[in-house]
Design a protein around this ligand. Sequence first.
Ligand code: HEC
Length: 397
Amino acid sequence: MKIKQSHWHHYFGGIALLLLIVQVLSGSVLTLFYEPDLKEAYASVQYLYNELSLVAWIRDTHRWAALFLMIAVIMHFIRGFLRKDYLNRDSKTLWLTGILLYLPMLGFLFTGVILPWEWRGYWFMEMIPNYVGEIPLIGPSLSDFLINAFTLNRALVVHICILPAITLVLLGIHTFTRVIKRAGGLTLYVMEHSLLTLPFLVAIAILAYALPMPSQDPAIIPMPLEGENLPTAEWFILIFYVPYLYFKGFMATLLGFYIPLVIFLALAIFPYFLKGRKTKSVENITLKDHAPEKTHTVEKKSAFAKFMAPLRRLLGARTYAKTLAFLTVLLAATALFAPLFVVSHESPTYGCNSCHNPSMGDRLGLPPDSFKDRVKNPNLKDNTFMVEHWFYPQVVW
Ligand code: HEC
């Protein structure tokens, strides 16, 4: 099967779509075994994990695919940003829906971590109200509302109904309306992209098998620092909390909340303030139309283009443009993922059950019944304690 060149323009978008399908399928299986009840949830997850080996593998697939999905959507964004997709007048809605899709993605991560209702889930559940509490004016009441409204049932409904519905609507505008107009439609698109995604699917299948998530406690208890250095999808949320490790008060809020919020809003609306390129539907754009490197260099040669001219002649215009694009994407990806790794690699995502397991008594067993009571558990409001305890649980508790 020959893959059209234009498909490579959203190679990572295609991967993201395929992984989303993987998530729907694996998630559907998990729903069959999950019990959304504070007392039963973790036991039901442990049962499906320790007694049913195929379902266990599906759970690990669901976790690893979430990580790859986050990476794919960010790569997809980088590619589109560098290619200046937002300049196409037609594509502005695509741009906006693309940016908005990050919200349900983060929502999936949050609720997904909460559902098993061990101490990691409990930690995440307590951190969301703290986070939205920073919003001016409505923050405190929103935060109270989230604490009071929380039940595992609702978290499940958000995870498997509300967020998928939002995603589907946004994806409908972002992807489906365009793809179904093509020859072959959605079916051909998914088939072609399955081939492209195959290496990632294989990688996920192997990772899910080789690096399972420890859930055998208290029979087998993990080490407190287990999961250090192991990338997980939760890192994409933890990164917003990291400022609390280093700062207190306004500075932490600025770095962890206000700046990300401003960047997000700016990214969502800034194309609307730029003058659009000639109207051109995305499907009609072939690689030739789409090589801005070429047209720009003809108009006026930048100092950079002059400097690179010998290399360009050596490689040929096409290979040169491609290499340059590849290197730029690589650089941008490094600039985004390196900080994520640097600040998150120490977080021992898998080690919580080392102390927080039923054999350690009531206080440390399952999350306590008083979990919503911030007078009884004042630590829960203290972001610095919470984040330090996550990163260095062996020191801070
Ligand atoms: C070295 C043992 C140990 C590890 C590992 C550990 N904790 Fe804790 N954690 C404690 C102890 C002890 C307390 C109780 C402090 C107290 O009673 O005030 C605590 C308290 C907490 C609290 C505060 C809320 C409450 O009810 O007291 C949360 C939330 C929490 N842990 C989550 C986690 C998470 C998430 C992880 C994994 C990243 C983790 N813990 C790893 C020992 C540990």
